[in-house]
Design a protein around this ligand. Structure first.
Ligand code: PBG
Length: 385
């Protein structure tokens, strides 16, 4: 009988069939041994860059070619993970006194302040373009600006008249209003200050609740506190509920940073020259992200319907973190300095304006935004057709 074993032993008589079996077993053993040695070698190499990548890629290529789905326009359209539409946009508009007035803002090329009659035309234009909401900011006449910003509580102020005019003419469009005192104070701060120039939280909050209420009474659909006082969302919510404005929403400027990108806005509302000092005791430090999570958590707990991150592009990481953590509607404010930067880049020939506008707006959708406040809203809506 032939020996059964892995090795061929010469001298022993072997019949053909067992011989083949023996050979087969022997070759198998050699093959398995070599494979194991190769696998060990491969693992060894795989631990070291750049071999790791070469081995990983060659394992899938050419079966996987990501360029296949990018190779034609129809396929790119089919595979797009995010979409930007005019319905994603909120258009901030600056209101000024007078009639048939348009005042271009030098630091915001292409953006103007409009008198109420002309603002109504902008609201109609927005509606026609499929933009669902406009945001209003008043350029209060300087003679009405005081230390306490009391013009903010005048139910017949520029803001309230603009709200009523828009809601009368274009009732289908949403009107978002800014809740903060900076367009009404003689010192340009968002609240009431003490002798040292410190913005007083609780006294300011009392004014903001009244301000939100008169805006709601004038017809505002969303009130958006941009002041960063602690506790103001809860106080505003309670005031709106008591006033039977149960469906007036609050979009909280939850993570608003003390940013260098607000300059042109302050020109637009006429507060840049007035502002004493900075806003660092109430707006957030650009170094902080964890703190933004706390701000958002508090505003949601106090009754915010949606939250905003501001500015936009330099804070895409915050947008993403807020969206992932809270799973609530998040809006970005692509602020005045960001707008001006894109315009300046385009004017300098650094990039195509339309492409820059659409790419930056898409980045907000990709980061997780429900919508974006942008001065490019009408232009972008036209591009999106
Ligand atoms: C003020 C307010 C600011 C903006 C919106 N509301 C400026 C600021 O905080 O000083 C900035 C918007 C922009 O720059 O486009 N409450």
């Amino acid at each position: 009988m032939a020996r059964v074993g892995p090795f061929f032993a010469p001298g022993i008589k072997i019949f053909p069939a067992p011989f083949i079996a023996q050979l087969y077993i022997t070759i198998s053993v050699i093959f398995v041994t070599i494979s194991a040695k190769l696998a060990r070698l491969r693992n060894l190499l795989a631990e070291r860059a750049p071999w790791r990548y070469v081995i990983a890629m060659t394992a899938n290529f050419p079966a996987i070619r990501l360029r296949r789905s990018r190779s034609s326009a129809w396929s790119r359209a089919l595979h797009a993970e995010n979409r930007l539409t005019p319905a994603d946009l909120i258009w901030p508009l600056f209101v000024t006194e007078g009639s048939n007035v348009e005042e271009p803002i030098a630091s915001l090329p292409g953006v103007s302040r409009w008198s109420i009659d002309r603002i109504v035309s902008r609201a109609k234009e927005a509606h026609g373009l499929g933009i669902p909401c406009v945001a209003l900011f008043p350029n209060t006449p300087h003679k009405l600006r005081t230390a306490d910003g009391r013009e903010a509580l005048n139910p017949d102020n520029l803001m309230c008249r603009a709200i009523r005019a828009i809601k009368d003419a274009v009732p289908e469009i949403g009107v978002l209003t800014d809740v903060a005192l900076d367009p009404y104070t003689a010192h340009g701060h968002d609240g009431i200050i003490d002798d040292a120039g410190y913005v007083l939280n609780d006294q300011t909050m009392a004014m903001l609740t009244e301000q939100a209420l008169i805006q709601a009474e004038a017809g505002a659909d969303i009130v958006a506190p941009s002041d960063m006082m602690d506790g103001r969302v809860g106080a505003i919510r309670a005031t709106l509920e008591n006033g039977n404005h149960i469906n007036v929403q609050i979009m909280a400027y939850a993570a608003k940073y003390a940013s260098a990108f607000y300059g042109p806005f302050r020109d637009a509302v006429g507060s840049r020259g007035l502002l004493k000092g900075d806003k660092k005791t109430y707006q957030m430090d650009p170094a902080n992200a964890e703190e933004a999570m706390r701000e958002v958590a508090l505003d949601l707990a106090e009754g915010a319907d949606s939250v905003m991150v501001k500015p936009g592009l330099p804070y895409l990481d915050i947008i993403r973190r807020v969206k992932e953590r809270f799973e609530v509607p998040v809006f970005a404010y692509q602020v005045s300095g960001e707008y001006a930067m894109i315009e300046a880049a385009a004017a300098a020939g650094a990039g195509d304006r339309d492409a820059l506008v659409l790419e930056t707006l898409m980045s907000f959708k990709r980061a997780g935004c429900t919508g974006v406040l942008t001065y490019h809203a009408a232009h972008a809506a036209r591009l999106l057709g």
